[in-house]
Write a protein that binds this ligand. Structure first.
Ligand code: AMP
Ligand code: ZN
Length: 467
């Protein structure tokens, strides 16, 4: 079955066809590292992780590039205030970002280029645009893209550009530009930038925000590549400007498929740093909430729908994950004779799982089919115990599905040696029929979030998923 994605450019679901057979090149707008990311940001990154993992599930080789924005107005202001270089100032947030994506089980991209390492590429691109007469310099040394020279401007955001105010000469304390809709490719140095500037062939200053994504995407993925993603707030002006700059400089089509994820909301408003209604991942973890429950909440609503973040959702997510993990664990005790029907059940549901995700990553459908599969296998084995071979088939199925979802293994930590010793001590107490001591140890482990289960073949354990 062909995979289809909703393309923001055409406002339609389109059959996905990579430029080079078997290989997908994709660019995802990354974090501005001036603060810790909030879970709204992670909704975008988890959506991109699902996309990446699913493309790999389909057999594609994926080359993903995610930029790190480590120079912009806020960073310069904060770094100067702190008396640090921008590199010193951003290091902490950059490290935290990588720690957070690992915690959420987000697979690493192939390249994480930082803006400040690519100034010469940006200067090269801006020079090309200037040579073509599509940009102009203002008195303060800034360089602006001349939108009126780029007739396709507004196609991604479906804007009527003639409605955008034209002919207005805008002047403020910082910059002047010929038209309101023109945007900065380069910002001339000004006193409050302090030491933050680059001496380059196009002057002394620093890049505008949009140009970094054009420079770094084309450097690592080529002038024309397959997929570009981000949150819907990136559509305009950021992605619109990226298209204009890139296509103006290279003369080639920039991107084939534009995928944008809707916002994470809190009580009807977009979660954002500026609105102050945000949760950081680490705050939630400090409350004892399990990372896999957070991942599940971010993953399980279709990416083009707004997702309202609530603690009830975290609780429901934790229950779903417990069901999945319990089911996986229940496969540990097969018997040696049984039936082969299990193959048919698994094949049917794997097909469903794939068909749903092929349809623009229909995650609710895919999760629904997974839980129906578990239900059917459980019903089946009530009358027909699973064989070793059946267990292999089901385990393979779960591994395949979890290569996309990555919720069955995330944060499934092993026991510490102290916890291990407690379990052994309890086994001994049970063997000596010292039930009071056995119960005491069970309660102690429960307090540490470890649930014990006594079965005829021994005692197994699992971690409680906290919400
Ligand atoms: P920023 O660090 O603000 O540049 O944002 C990084 C990524 O997070 C971008 O792709 C944004 O579109 C995305 N983003 C920001 N806020 C939200 C939100 N509330 N819900 C989903 N994505 C978001
Ligand atoms: Zn970008």
């Amino acid at each position: 079955m062909a995979t289809r994605f909703y393309n923001t450019m055409t406002r339609r679901k389109e059959i996905f066809q990579p430029i080079e057979s078997g290989k997908v090149r994709m660019y995802t707008c990354g974090p501005t590292v001036y603060n810790f990311a909030h879970i709204g940001n992670f909704r975008a990154y988890v959506f991109e992780d699902l996309l990446r993992r699913y493309l790999k599930f389909k057999g594609y080789e994926v080359i993903q590039v995610m930029n790190i924005t480590d120079v912009d107005d806020k960073i310069i202001r904060e770094a100067n205030k702190a008396g640090q270089t921008i590199r010193e100032f951003t290091r902490k947030y950059r490290d935290a970002f990588f720690e957070d994506i690992d915690t959420l089980g987000i697979e690493r991209a192939e390249v994480y280029p930082a803006a400040t390492d690519h100034i010469s590429e940006m200067v090269g691109l801006i020079s090309k645009i200037m040579d073509k007469g599509l940009a102009y310099r203002t008195d303060d040394g800034s360089i602006y893209f001349k939108v009126s020279e780029y007739p396709k401007y507004g196609r991604l955001a479906h804007l009527n550009v003639t409605d955008m105010k034209r002919g207005t000469r805008v002047q403020n304390d910082e910059y002047e530009k010929e038209e309101l809709r023109d945007f900065a490719l380069w910002k001339g140095w000004k006193a409050e930038d302090g030491p933050v500037c680059w001496e380059t062939a196009i002057g002394k200053g620093r890049p505008g925000w949009h140009i970094e994504c054009s420079a770094m995407s084309t450097k690592y993925l080529g002038n024309h590549f397959d997929i570009h993603t981000g949150g819907v707030d990136n559509i305009f002006p950021h992605h619109e400007n990226e298209i204009a700059q890139s296509e103006a400089a290279t003369g080639e089509k920039f991107v084939n498929y534009w995928l944008h994820c809707e916002h994470l909301m809190v009580e009807g408003d977009k979660m954002s740093k500026s609105a102050g209604n945000f949760y950081r991942l680490r705050e939630l973890l400090d409350k004892g909430i399990d990372a896999s429950a957070i991942r599940y909440v971010l993953l399980s609503t279709h990416y083009r729908q707004k997702l309202n973040f609530t603690f009830d959702k975290l609780e429901a997510a934790a229950k779903s994950i417990t069901r999945l993990r319990d089911f996986k664990k229940s496969l540990d005790q097969p018997v040696n004779d049984g039936a082969l029907q299990i193959d048919q059940i698994v094949e049917k549901y794997l097909r469903d799982f794939e068909e749903f995700l092929d349809d623009d990553l229909n995650i609710s459908g895919a999760l629904g089919s997974l839980f129906r599969c578990i239900h059917e296998i459980n019903a089946f084995r009530e009358s027909t115990p699973l064989t070793d071979r059946d267990v292999g088939v089901v385990s393979n199925f779960l591994d395949k599905v979890d290569s996309v979802l990555n919720v069955m293994n995330v944060s499934e930590r092993t026991l510490s040696s102290e916890e291990q010793q407690l379990i052994e001590k309890r086994q001994k107490a049970r063997a000596e029929r010292n039930w009071a001591e056995a119960d005491r140890i069970r309660d102690e482990l429960l307090k540490r979030g470890i649930i014990l289960e006594d079965t005829p073949s021994g005692t197994s354990w699992k971690r409680k998923i906290k919400t």
